[in-house]
Design a protein. Sequence first.
Length: 151
Amino acid sequence: MNFAGRKKETPETRAMSFPTIDKIMARDEITLSPDQSISDAIAVLLEHKVTGAPVLDKNRKIVGMITEKDCLRVLIESAYHNMPFSDKNVSFYMSPVVKTVTTEHDLLDVANEFLTTNFRKFPVVYRETLVGQISRRDVLRAIAEMNNTTW
Protein backbone atom coordinates (compact mmCIF):
# COMPACT_ATOMS: atom_id res chain seq x y z
CA MET A 1 0.00 0.00 0.00
CA ASN A 2 1.54 3.32 -1.01
CA PHE A 3 1.10 6.35 1.15
CA ALA A 4 -0.54 9.34 -0.43
CA GLY A 5 2.27 11.85 -0.66
CA ARG A 6 1.65 15.50 -1.17
CA LYS A 7 1.51 16.87 -4.67
CA LYS A 8 4.82 17.76 -6.25
CA GLU A 9 5.61 21.41 -5.82
CA THR A 10 7.43 23.57 -8.29
CA PRO A 11 10.67 25.37 -7.41
CA GLU A 12 8.66 28.59 -7.40
CA THR A 13 6.32 27.33 -4.68
CA ARG A 14 8.95 25.82 -2.45
CA ALA A 15 11.94 27.65 -1.02
CA MET A 16 14.07 24.53 -1.12
CA SER A 17 14.03 21.55 -3.42
CA PHE A 18 14.37 18.19 -1.68
CA PRO A 19 16.09 15.23 -3.31
CA THR A 20 13.96 12.31 -4.45
CA ILE A 21 14.59 9.20 -2.42
CA ASP A 22 16.08 7.27 -5.32
CA LYS A 23 19.17 9.42 -4.74
CA ILE A 24 19.57 8.39 -1.08
CA MET A 25 17.95 4.95 -0.71
CA ALA A 26 19.87 1.74 -0.11
CA ARG A 27 19.87 -0.57 -3.10
CA ASP A 28 21.52 -3.69 -1.73
CA GLU A 29 19.12 -4.62 1.03
CA ILE A 30 18.49 -8.13 2.28
CA THR A 31 15.30 -9.79 1.02
CA LEU A 32 13.58 -13.05 1.87
CA SER A 33 11.35 -15.53 0.08
CA PRO A 34 7.92 -16.59 1.37
CA ASP A 35 9.06 -20.23 1.06
CA GLN A 36 12.14 -19.81 3.29
CA SER A 37 11.93 -21.41 6.71
CA ILE A 38 11.44 -19.01 9.59
CA SER A 39 14.60 -20.31 11.25
CA ASP A 40 16.54 -19.44 8.10
CA ALA A 41 14.96 -15.98 8.06
CA ILE A 42 15.92 -15.38 11.69
CA ALA A 43 19.49 -16.44 10.90
CA VAL A 44 19.60 -14.02 7.92
CA LEU A 45 18.30 -11.11 10.02
CA LEU A 46 20.87 -11.83 12.73
CA GLU A 47 23.75 -12.36 10.32
CA HIS A 48 23.11 -9.09 8.50
CA LYS A 49 22.17 -7.16 11.66
CA VAL A 50 18.87 -5.91 10.24
CA THR A 51 15.53 -5.52 12.00
CA GLY A 52 13.42 -6.72 9.10
CA ALA A 53 13.31 -7.49 5.41
CA PRO A 54 10.82 -7.43 2.55
CA VAL A 55 9.51 -10.76 1.36
CA LEU A 56 9.54 -11.03 -2.44
CA ASP A 57 8.06 -13.37 -4.99
CA LYS A 58 10.06 -14.59 -8.00
CA ASN A 59 9.31 -11.35 -9.91
CA ARG A 60 10.62 -9.12 -7.09
CA LYS A 61 7.10 -8.05 -6.18
CA ILE A 62 6.62 -7.47 -2.47
CA VAL A 63 4.28 -10.02 -0.89
CA GLY A 64 5.02 -9.15 2.72
CA MET A 65 7.46 -7.92 5.32
CA ILE A 66 9.10 -9.90 8.11
CA THR A 67 10.43 -8.11 11.18
CA GLU A 68 12.06 -9.06 14.44
CA LYS A 69 8.67 -8.61 16.07
CA ASP A 70 7.07 -11.08 13.64
CA CYS A 71 9.82 -13.59 14.45
CA LEU A 72 9.12 -13.35 18.19
CA ARG A 73 5.82 -15.08 17.47
CA VAL A 74 7.84 -18.28 16.90
CA LEU A 75 8.69 -18.44 20.61
CA ILE A 76 5.22 -17.45 21.81
CA GLU A 77 3.55 -19.99 19.54
CA SER A 78 5.88 -22.76 20.72
CA ALA A 79 5.30 -21.97 24.39
CA TYR A 80 1.55 -21.79 23.88
CA HIS A 81 1.41 -25.19 22.21
CA ASN A 82 4.05 -26.62 24.59
CA MET A 83 6.08 -27.87 21.64
CA PRO A 84 9.49 -27.11 20.17
CA PHE A 85 9.05 -24.45 17.57
CA SER A 86 8.03 -25.69 14.20
CA ASP A 87 9.92 -24.68 11.14
CA LYS A 88 7.07 -22.96 9.33
CA ASN A 89 7.77 -20.76 6.34
CA VAL A 90 8.23 -17.02 6.34
CA SER A 91 4.80 -16.67 4.69
CA PHE A 92 3.18 -17.90 7.93
CA TYR A 93 4.78 -15.18 10.09
CA MET A 94 5.17 -12.22 7.72
CA SER A 95 2.92 -9.19 7.64
CA PRO A 96 1.18 -9.32 4.26
CA VAL A 97 0.31 -5.61 4.16
CA VAL A 98 3.34 -3.52 3.36
CA LYS A 99 3.57 0.24 3.26
CA THR A 100 5.83 1.29 0.41
CA VAL A 101 7.12 4.50 -1.13
CA THR A 102 7.99 5.12 -4.74
CA THR A 103 11.12 6.51 -6.32
CA GLU A 104 9.16 9.71 -7.04
CA HIS A 105 8.72 10.63 -3.38
CA ASP A 106 11.15 13.15 -2.00
CA LEU A 107 13.00 13.44 1.28
CA LEU A 108 10.32 15.64 2.85
CA ASP A 109 7.55 13.13 1.96
CA VAL A 110 9.44 10.26 3.56
CA ALA A 111 10.51 12.23 6.66
CA ASN A 112 6.87 13.15 7.23
CA GLU A 113 5.79 9.53 6.83
CA PHE A 114 8.39 8.40 9.37
CA LEU A 115 7.08 11.00 11.83
CA THR A 116 3.48 9.81 11.47
CA THR A 117 4.08 6.04 11.60
CA ASN A 118 6.10 3.61 13.70
CA PHE A 119 7.98 2.17 10.73
CA ARG A 120 11.79 2.26 10.70
CA LYS A 121 12.16 1.69 6.97
CA PHE A 122 10.09 1.55 3.83
CA PRO A 123 10.59 -0.59 0.76
CA VAL A 124 11.01 1.59 -2.33
CA VAL A 125 9.21 0.44 -5.46
CA TYR A 126 9.22 1.41 -9.09
CA ARG A 127 6.27 0.05 -11.08
CA GLU A 128 5.45 -2.30 -8.17
CA THR A 129 8.95 -3.86 -8.23
CA LEU A 130 11.34 -3.49 -5.30
CA VAL A 131 14.31 -1.28 -6.18
CA GLY A 132 15.59 -0.45 -2.69
CA GLN A 133 14.72 0.59 0.84
CA ILE A 134 14.90 3.81 2.76
CA SER A 135 15.38 4.00 6.51
CA ARG A 136 15.21 6.71 9.11
CA ARG A 137 19.00 6.62 9.17
CA ASP A 138 19.15 7.27 5.40
CA VAL A 139 17.00 10.36 5.95
CA LEU A 140 19.27 11.51 8.78
CA ARG A 141 22.32 11.12 6.53
CA ALA A 142 20.63 13.22 3.85
CA ILE A 143 19.77 15.91 6.39
CA ALA A 144 23.40 16.01 7.57
CA GLU A 145 24.56 16.48 3.98
CA MET A 146 22.12 19.29 3.19
CA ASN A 147 23.46 22.78 2.87
CA ASN A 148 22.03 24.84 5.72
CA THR A 149 22.45 28.08 3.76
CA THR A 150 19.72 27.11 1.30
CA TRP A 151 16.95 27.25 3.90
